[in-house]
Structures are given as structure tokens and as C-alpha cells.
Design a protein around this ligand. Structure first.
Ligand code: PLP
Length: 358
């Protein structure tokens, strides 16, 4: 069993009970005498898995019937190009909110298919906040935003209300908090934060929005094909979908997204309170835009950072090194990370301060 306090940003942290069930299924799934890794994706057993996973997504996120749920592959990075390929190509322009590294990547891919108008950007302050005012072009194909900026540690708590379709990359905070799906026309998210192992990409799309696609596309880049075939046009990432199903069942048993959101608020508040109190550390993201999923912080004396990384090892803490272009630390507080792990990190920060400030 894993015994570490894993603050890594991905692949995801999974509850011990989910890991145990996944391990059992790898050896002998449902007493079929077959591993989940060997079972046919066309079998009724797996069809049950995919339909149960869809039902769980609908239930946990309150997805209305006029939205389709698609299980795709290629990670959120594939969505960066697939989205404009389906909806921007031939339509001139789309709008993008530039809030960080992944938003930038999405913009670069959009430019392959049309104009990407940046409606606002927080690049001026190292992406430490979410810009709150922007004007969209009324004839743009959609407005794209990123709900949680995994690397910079900012999160959107208010979403734009616009007359054009709203698309959101929710890779790193989906299932961590209550959202109103009807605010969006398309939501996409890679699995490997709060869903399951990398492999599956979740897309939730309004059926009316899908009707706008009017071009011939490669099958694997066409949302309509995935809808028509119930996400079984080709071989799906069986294991990733299966573990996501186990993990969503775990989330439901915890009380669902409302309950996990409260827990996530508590964990984030505990850590930010210590960052603000401790004389050695400071938070990188601005107050009200601070992410509950990825807490970025640094040390006033940067030379102490590597000592702190070594120091936390004795507490069983792993995965807090900041992203290579940002530096400092990043503690990811995904759903399965327990409050005890946060308590341990806070303790390590206090103990370190005790040793070095005297
Ligand atoms: N968008 C966000 C917000 C992410 O956090 C990530 C990865 O961490 C990506 C996109 C890229 O996802 P993938 O690696 O699944 O392509």
C-alpha cells in the first residue's frame, strides 16, 4: 500500500480502497478468471462499466439530459486542437482567456485553425491572478477558459456570462467542487487529477453545441462520432475508465461533490493559513484567486528551498517541488489527499521555521 503523503500534481492520488479494488481487478475481475486488462471492450461486462461511469458523471455533476458524455483519449492536450478543429475552423475567430501555461497551449493550437483573440491575460503578473473583465466578440465561435491553473495555482470561482458558447478546460478541478454544467457548452478534462489514471479524457457537451459542427473531420477528431458510438468507436482506455468508475463510486459514498468541496476548502484554508503565518514562506497566487487544488508557494530565502525539500522527506511528504518553469513549491490537494496529509505538511513547515528562525 502507498504510505506517503502524495502532494504530486498528477498522475492522480487515489484512495486506498480504490487502489485495492483496482489491484484485485487486475488479477481477476468479477471472478471472470480474466484481468480487467484482458477483457474485451465489446463485452457486456465492460459495456456495463462504461454506462455506469456515465451515470456516475451525470449524478455527481448533475449533468442535464441535453448534454452528452464522451470518453475520449489523448488527454486534455488533444482537446486543445480538437475543439478548434470542430468549432473554429471556417468560422473566423474564437476567444481565449489567457490564465497560464495550459491556456497558452490551448491558444497555440487554436491558431492552427483560425484567429484566437485573447480577451484578457494575467501574463503581466506571472499568472498570479484571474483577469475579471473582458469583452468577447459577439460573432466568435466560443470563449475558452481554464477553471484551474494547475501550474500557477489560480482558480476561477466565477465564470463568464456571455452570449457566445462557453468552453472550459476543467482538467485539474473537475469533481472537486460544485459546478453548474448549464453554464457551459463544452467541458473537457484529462482523467489524471480527480478521476483516475491517465488515459481517458472526459468531455461533457451540450447537444445543441454539437449540432454546429458542419465539417468533414477525421473520425477520431470528431465529437459526433464519439457520441454516435457511445464512446466505443475504437478501443477505449478500458482500465482508465474502470478506475474512474471506482473512484467516482468512492466519491459518491463520501457524500458526493458537495461534501468533497467542503473538505477541499478546509484543506486549502489550513495550508494557506500556515503559508501566510509562517515567516519563511509566501503564497504565489493572489488572495481570492488562490486555487484549492494546487497551492503554489515559495520561500523568501530561495536558498533554503532545497533544504526544505529534503526536510519534508522525514514526514513522508512527496511531490511538493514546484513546476520547473515556476520554481518554489506546489502542494496539490486533490480529492483523495486526506486532511491528515495537510496537517503533516503544516507541521513540517512549522518545525522547519523553528529550526531556522532563531
Ligand atoms: N489542462 C490542464 C489544466 C492541466 O492541468 C493539464 C495537465 O496537467 C492539461 C491541460 C494537459 O493535460 P494532458 O496531460 O492530459 O494532455
Amino acid at each position: 500500500m502507498n504510505t506517503k503523503h502524495n502532494f504530486g500534481a498528477g498522475p492522480c492520488v487515489l484512495p486506498a480502497s480504490v487502489l485495492q479494488q483496482a489491484a484485485n481487478a487486475v488479477l481477476n475481475w468479477n471472478n471472470l478468471g480474466l484481468s480487467i486488462l484482458e477483457v474485451s471492450h465489446r463485452s457486456s461486462d465492460f459495456e456495463n462499466v462504461i454506462s455506469k461511469t456515465e451515470l456516475l458523471v451525470r449524478e455527481l455533476l448533475q449533468v442535464p439530459d441535453h448534454y452528452s458524455i464522451l470518453f475520449m483519449q489523448g488527454g486534455a492536450s488533444t482537446q486543445f486542437s480538437m475543439l478548434p478543429m470542430n468549432f473554429l475552423k471556417g468560422r473566423g475567430k474564437a476567444c481565449y482567456l489567457d490564465t497560464g501555461f495550459f491556456a497558452q497551449k490551448a491558444i497555440r493550437e487554436a491558431l492552427l485553425f483560425g484567429e484566437a483573440n485573447i480577451v484578457n491575460s494575467s501574463a503581466d503578473k506571472a499568472y498570479s491572478y484571474i483577469p475579471e473583465d473582458y469583452l468577447v466578440d459577439k460573432d466568435a465561435a466560443y470563449l475558452h477558459c481554464t477553471s484551474n491553473n494547475t501550474i500557477e495555482g489560480t482558480e476561477m470561482f466565477q465564470f463568464p456570462h456571455t452570449s457566445i458558447p462557453l468552453v472550459c478546460d476543467m482538467s485539474s478541478d473537475i469533481f472537486s467542487r460544485v459546478i453548474n454544467v448549464e453554464d457551459f457548452d463544452l467541458i473537457y478534462a484529462g482523467a489524471q487529477k480527480n478521476m483516475g489514471p491517465a488515459g481517458m479524457t472526459l468531455v461533457i457537451v451540450k447537444d445543441k453545441f454539437l449540432e454546429r459542427i458542419d465539417q468533414v473531420l477525421p473520425a477520431m477528431s470528431d465529437y459526433r462520432i464519439f457520441k454516435e458510438h457511445g464512446s466505443l468507436y475504437n478501443t477505449p482506455p478500458v482500465f482508465s475508465i474502470y478506475v474512474a468508475m471506482l473512484n467516482m463510486t468512492w466519491l459518491k459514498d463520501q457524500g458526493g461533490v458537495t461534501v468533497i468541496e467542503q473538505r477541499n476548502i478546509e484543506k486549502a484554508e489550513m495550508l494557506y493559513t500556515e503559508i501566510d503565518r509562517n515567516s519563511l514562506f509566501y503564497g504565489m497566487a493572489q488572495g481570492k484567486h488562490r486555487s484549492r487544488m494546487n497551492v503554489t508557494f515559495s520561500m523568501y530565502n530561495q536558498q533554503q528551498e532545497s533544504s526544505f525539500l529534503d526536510f519534508v522527506e522525514q514526514y513522508g511528504i512527496v511531490g511538493i517541488r514546484g513546476y520547473r518553469t515556476v520554481g518554489g513549491f506546489r502542494a496539490s490537494l486533490y480529492n483523495a489527499l486526506s486532511i491528515e496529509s495537510v496537517i503533516e505538511l503544516v507541521k513540517a513547515m512549522r518545525d522547519f521555521e523553528h529550526i531556522y528562525v532563531n
